[in-house]
Design a protein. Sequence first.
Lengths: 78, 510
Amino acid sequence: MVSTAEKYGWAVVFALLVTFAIPWFLWGDSRMALGLPVWLWWHIGWMVLASAAFWTFANRAWGIGITDTDSTTTGDHA
Amino acid sequence: MTATLQLGIIVAYLFIALGVGLLAYRLTERTAEDFYLASRTFGTVVLLFTVFATLLSAFTFFGGPDTSYAFGPEWILVMGLMDGIIFAVLWYVVGYKQWLLGQRHGYVTLGEMLGDRFGSTGVRALVAVVSLFWLFPYVMLQQIGAGGALSALTGGAFPFWAGATLITAFMILYVVLAGMRGIAWTDTLQGAFMLVMVWAAALWVLLAVDGGLTTINAGLEATRPEFFALGSDFYTPANMLTFAISIAFGVAMFPQVNQRFFAASSETVLKRSFALWPVLVLLLFVPAFLLGTWATGLGLEADIAAGESILPVILGEYTPAWFAALVIAGAIAAMMSSSDSMLLSGSSYFTRDVYRPVIDDSLSERREDLLARAGVAVFATAALVASIWAEAGAFGADSVGSILVTIGDLAFGGFAQLALPVILALYWRRTTRGGILAGILVPQVVYVGFNFLPEVPLGPVTLFTDTYFGWGVSIYCMILGLLVTVVVSAVTARSPDEDTDLYFEGLSAD
């Protein structure tokens, strides 16, 4: 099971993924790159990044908040 | 010629689906768990595509491109946040926990899982009844869509009622035969087909347009230059977030999606699907929705308000008839793949959570399996009759029919109201039976009230409108549901029948 610090770290990562899925800082921006709006390229990059983050989560930290809530076995991890 | 080809492709699809159904039937055990959940055996590809095809089929081809055509391509960002990120997180938060509990205790429906925890048939039946209230009209919408599409395709030669009946009859036949396994197999074929088609269509249009993207962008620059900039009067932050949040949470509680959380064969399958969600969303929606925006740049026109769609128009203009026919027929078939899953889930919610606990507790496995299959036929036929009645504008149908259609349109928001109380129940031991009952019931009543009651001006505010400060009323109702669950749980005592440790103990990996 991962450390407490890493648990909070993952909560932050998930919050960031949600927050910037729409690039608010590009609001009203109409710059283009390779025929598509820059904000659309942000979307493409962000989805790939999210997938990589989810993959890492699934391999490192899967189960936090769910399988570590068992009071009979997690006393020493708390 | 094109219509014959399209009809031919649809009929061919119907028979392929039936064939897959027969194949699946041979592998089926005669138990309800196998019929509803394919005995919890889905691998990554099948699970991912069956959820995907179930969810997004008709919208990908029609609604999404139409929105991008009329308002610009920002809907791609809404889908990314909604299905790529929020739904993926719910896949873990709700889905993984449900899957673990399903493995431990054999749950088949959400209501069953909650009823067990709260020691209450009332909770179980309430979840089922609320779900069926939103699901039934949503199935009708699919039938109305499919019947209308067939009728439009044949220039009315094939009347609405005949098209809707044909498609419903095929669906009943193969759902009753094949159950979840057959549905998931056709979904998988269809999901893969959709992905290939959507990319082929986008590339085809790009190659066929003289000058490609440069020409398209020049056209957009001339007619709708505001499409390039992020945001507009339609795409306000509040509007985009309302859609993304309420649909993502709604999706997780839609019976046919929620039930699939139980159907994964292993933890590895859940992990892989979880990580693949954003990429799949990216691959499907970017080309599909860009096609809609490109149509604007190419000066094409479709009367969206009158029920036309832009995708057939752009394909008709730039791709050969057979290719356009294949995509459009695929889209109609895709509409069916959403309804078949809903029929199966609707039947399971009724038989397991309403019929068995409330009416006949002593049902045997074999009998339940038969009842489940009969339930599919009854549910589908009832929805069909209601659809035809609503479309025909027969006696009383004007008001009741339009109410049913409105309920169907509001279904995502309605299901979203279930999500937060359920998540609280899954993660907060202090949730009580009274808390969950109130937390489910109150936001439903308020949500329905605000959508159906006439607006009442009350000093500076207006009661019963559907947005406040730009945010949809579904968001406020979700927050209300959360608060009601917490407050009522805090002030009510735990009932002795409740098993507060059920969702927490014994879940560590074994």
